[in-house]
Write a protein that binds this ligand. Sequence first.
Ligand code: ACM
Length: 510
Amino acid sequence: MLRFFVIFLSTFLVFSCKDSNIPADSFISLGDFSLIPEVKEYESTSGILELGADVSIEWEGVVSEFIYQEIQSEWDEIMSGSHSDESSTELEVIVDDHHMEYQHPEEYCLTIEKRDIKIEASTLVGVYRGWQTLRQILYLSNQKSIGTGVIRDYPRFDYRGTMLDVARHFFSVDEVKRYIDQLTFYKINYLHLHLSDDQGWRIHINSWPELTAIGGQSQVDGGDAGFYTQKEYQDIVAYAADRFVTIVPEIDMPGHTNAALASYAELNCDNKKRELYYGREVGFSTLCVDREETYQFAEDVIRELAEITPGPYIHIGGDETHATPEDDYIKFVNRVMPMVGKYGKKVIGWDEINLGELPQDAAVQFWASKENAQNAVKKGSKVLMSPASYAYLDMKYDSLTPIGYNWAGYIDTERAYSWDPELLVEGINREDILGIEAPLWGETITNSEEIEYLAFPRILGYAEKGWSDTSDSRTWDEYKIDLVAHGAILERLGINFYRDPKVNWTLDSD
Ligand code: ACM
């Protein structure tokens, strides 16, 4: 439930309902919608809007054909079977980048009036976020009317992401798109793709074609692996961009590189290609940091990736380099990190990259070492919060979870929700945090059903941690009540989510 910054006019509301002879259980007040993430601010007023089976959109300002079509088709889909077959709801979309004093590009204002609905924002991304809130309201309305009022909303952090590891098991373009579709509903705006690891290389690099010809053929336990052509990758990037999701590509270096070492002899110090790797252990591979070919390779890969990645970040990995002596590691990252800037992008790396000289605009992804993250902040870098013991989506929910790992502990839906990025690490405060990301490593998952089982419902909680302020945050007991309603939506959307026994789901299938 929405709780904060609320101006309740509920007494008036009850009287007005009596006056208009509309029974209180035939409409849902704006404050009673189980919105996830929780919105910043709302005000209920005394009217009631009857939702129509159709929507008629009037658009002012710069138009997004994509959003327009999504609203039309989703409205039809959600409201099909609506009791008010004949009716249509007026939806006014206003994109005004001159007159509104919005604090954030993703900010929006959603106004429900007796006769129409209005989404106002200064940008299209703001409109899209506002539409996702309205979309949740449509799903949650259960064919009932809705109370009038205003929602004003904007995010806590600019970066609210998840990572999909397509290296340990390859996922097709369609599987990635399916995941992107699911993320948008919860206002997640970054998808980090882990494109290379010991077990596979997944993005074609024109200047180093064997990376995919050889390194693209393996994955954990074998089977059909593969890679994205640059065209396919650009298709994913464009699909995500339409939905206001930014792709962050990762090439993990100098460790986690067996697939590259199996593709090119010259990346190995002994000039011998490695065998393709189908196992799960980590930490045994390293690029040869003393060879110039290694830096040519790194720069070519970064340059080609930068050319096909419109987003601001390139992720260079840098984790678990147990086979690279520390001096070599520092030498490597100090040469490679500036390459990212040279091609117009900002570098992100796992927290170990703090050992190097961080470029001024680098972001460090905290997953394991608080010390690395704290030191990175002292050097002026931002931190992306992905603490493994709270935010790793590949951790099992409990001992019975059939897939996933437990090396960072079990993370049930409550634990996933019960941390705060601003309170987790001493010395890392709000202004030091770029945002939060929940990584999904792929050793134990092979298809969309398994992606969804590990991601949902935990990812709703991460979406809320990223969007809603600490001061707004609700307790697990409050949140889990709203989660029940989202279980029904996830079921309707065909998303294979984990029925966490701590939540009192009410599902058609049960
Ligand atoms: C990691 O989990 N190795 C970043």
